[in-house]
Design a protein around this ligand. Sequence first.
Ligand code: 5GP
Length: 218
Amino acid sequence: LSSTNGTKIDDDFEGYPIDMFCVPKHYYNYVENILIPRGVIADRTERLAKDIWDALGDGRPIVVLCVLKGGYQFCSDLMDYIKAFNRHASKSVPMRVDFIRLKSYENDRSTGEIKVIGGDNLQSLEDKNILIVEDIIDTGNTMMKLLKIVSDHNPKSVKVCSLLVKRTSRSNNYKPDYFGFEVPDKFLVGYALDYNEYYRDLEHICVINEEGKKAFAV
Ligand code: 5GP
């Protein structure tokens, strides 16, 4: 049984109060609530890794393409679970990892303009089975643009795994092959997701308050 539709978090879910979990002091006044605690992220990631691993062929290598910066924590944790399955099963899937860096956000708004600002030489994707790992799909524009860039390099196959998919009227209806959670249309930080480079060092996925935006606005 595959679970690729993602766990739905309803709009009226208020999240967990911050004093229920551990939050660093430097963000204490800025977090409105904790939407997804780290432990829940970990357990859902394990299941996504299993779904992905089950669908892969024995001994057939994949290239994991991690979308920086927001995807680094999820990608690392997802790969750790796949590596564990590889160690303990009779089947194993060799993995390579590449990185690509995209930028589309300033403050909490998409600039509409998506820039590739670094990463490996994409020629190495030719004829490979690619798994793109991303933190969040909002409008879907970034992923559509990335899929175009990747497919221009003639890969054998491309799958996309995103930890989060936002429920938003701005969506272009793109849905990844695998995703962890469908989330309300709020700006989220933590677990490597940032607001102007802050909050990546927060363990849980959180909603920030107005003060938390003002403090780090550019
Ligand atoms: P899209 O092109 O799908 O609108 O946006 C995708 C990118 O915007 C993500 O890779 C992420 O960098 C950023 N983004 C979208 N929503 C959020 C959010 O709620 N929090 C953070 N930190 N980044 C977001």
